[in-house]
Design a protein around this ligand. Structure first.
Ligand code: MN
Length: 264
């Protein structure tokens, strides 16, 4: 994309943030004409098939949504319902199709794990969304990695402390461009796999999700008011594992382009 075009898009998005989306971002008359001492970059994910960008509001992640992964994490999937956590919006690391991006090995961890996941992008908000209408809220899908400092996540879990340091850190959400529902449809089955250095590590089927994307959105909307710009990581299958510097991760979901991420 030409930089002038991108600037135009960013300006357009800023205008939108000051107007249409303001109901979600501001309360009362705050910030109507206020000046700020500095600017904070908004987060966007490219939308495949053009030069448009998807503005990101929140990143929700569902935990333990495949039975075999739930068991490997020490839970009983028959008794424990899936649950949600969030990553910060700017954890997004965009992975253009057909390229390998450099992904920095994060600080503090000695056990850095991949989790391959289907990601749904929401363009219509709501509360208490019914399961049968939930997919009307989905704009598109992509392949994402829920990168995890597993040692820190486990240590915090053992102490009954929040997971943030294990899950919600810089660059922890690499993902591909959003493929629109109009182009790729919805996903209830199909292969999902992750290779590291050409070796298959995770290999499952989307039909093995305990809660479907529609059920995730419905359940999520009971706890949070969803809004355009929210994205939902739908959980990872079993056989999560570590990567180290120089490892090359390739992620795949049937019907979506692969993503390629190198740990540096
Ligand atoms: Mn995950």
């Amino acid at each position: 994309m030409k930089s002038s075009k991108r600037r135009q898009l960013l300006r357009g998005a800023s205008a939108l943030a000051a107007g249409g989306v303001a109901a979600y971002a501001m309360s009362g008359n705050a910030a109507a004409q206020a000046r700020s001492p500095f600017s904070v970059s908004p987060t966007f994910i490219p939308i495949a098939g053009g030069s448009d960008l998807f503005p990101v509001r929140r990143i929700y992640c569902i935990g333990r949504n495949y039975a075999a992964h739930s068991r490997e994490m020490g839970s009983d999937p028959t008794r424990e319902p899936p649950f949600f956590f969030q990553k910060p919006t700017d954890a997004v690391q965009n992975v253009p199709i057909g390229t390998t991006i450099d992904h920095p090995y994060p600080p503090l961890t000695k056990n850095y794990h991949y989790e391959i996941e289907l990601v749904a992008a929401i363009n219509k908000g709501g509360r208490n969304i019914s399961i049968d209408r939930a997919l009307e809220h989905v704009f598109g899908y992509t392949v994402g990695l829920d990168m995890t400092r597993r040692d820190l996540q486990r240590a915090m879990g053992d102490e009954k402390k929040p997971w943030e340091i294990g899950k919600s850190f810089d660059h922890s959400a690499p993902l591909g461009p959003i493929q629109t529902v109009a182009a790729v449809g919805h996903f209830t089955k199909g292969a999902i796999w992750l290779k590291v250095n050409g070796q298959v590590k995770q290999n499952a089927d989307l039909s093995q999700m305990i809660w479907s994307v529609a059920e995730q959105i419905s359940k999520l909307s009971e706890a949070f008011e969803l809004a355009p710009g929210d994205i939902v990581y739908s959980g990872t299958p079993e056989n999560v594992g570590p990567v180290v510097k120089d490892d090359l991760m390739e992620g795949h979901i049937d019907g979506l382009p692969n993503i390629s991420v190198k740990v540096v």
